[in-house]
Design a protein around this ligand. Sequence first.
Ligand code: SF4
Length: 213
Amino acid sequence: MSDFDRFYEERAGRVVSALKKNLFEALYTPTPEQAVEEIMKRIPEGSTVGVGGSVTVRELGLVELLKTKGHTVFDHWQPGLDSGEADNIRRRQLTSDIFLSSSNAVTAEGHLVNIDGSGNRVASMTFGPRKVIVVVGINKITRDYQSAMNRIKNEAAPLNFRRLNLPTPCAKTTFCADCPPPVRFCRVTAVTEVRPSGIPEFVVIIVGKNIGL
Ligand code: SF4
């Protein structure tokens, strides 16, 4: 094990402990492959799975794997959807058996910090599905709320909006300009401090590699 791997394992261990104190089920996997294994064994046969707008989930190949295993997947990023169809799928995610996503950041206090444009992801992580699985790369661990917001607004959001070719100032300049509506895609900020009481099983998996945005 390299010094970096040891460092990340120690950092993740602290966050896992904090998450557990906040009533989440939490674990660390050194590799993405182990994370995929942990996720798939928590998804029973025949489950419907809502998938949040998450580069991490796609990088792990989970959407295709779930479909291969015969699950009904509600994925509003699938190609060829018009805006009405994508919106319908977002609503189906709210009542799926399981919601699978990443988080924009996870703080050392064991809080999940997310900013959404449409709100479907933070809604599905708050109430609806009885099981939520969140998978995050070690790059998404932050010291506190302020550093989480800085990470989201000056790294994740500009990169994501550039990728999606959205007309936000951050996509052009690479930094947040705290832009006004209607161009503003940062519309809902949610901090999940403790497992929501309506979600009996909320699993957070931290992976010891950089994944997602
Ligand atoms: S507030 Fe505007 S400029 Fe800042 S990250 Fe969000 S969309 Fe980009």
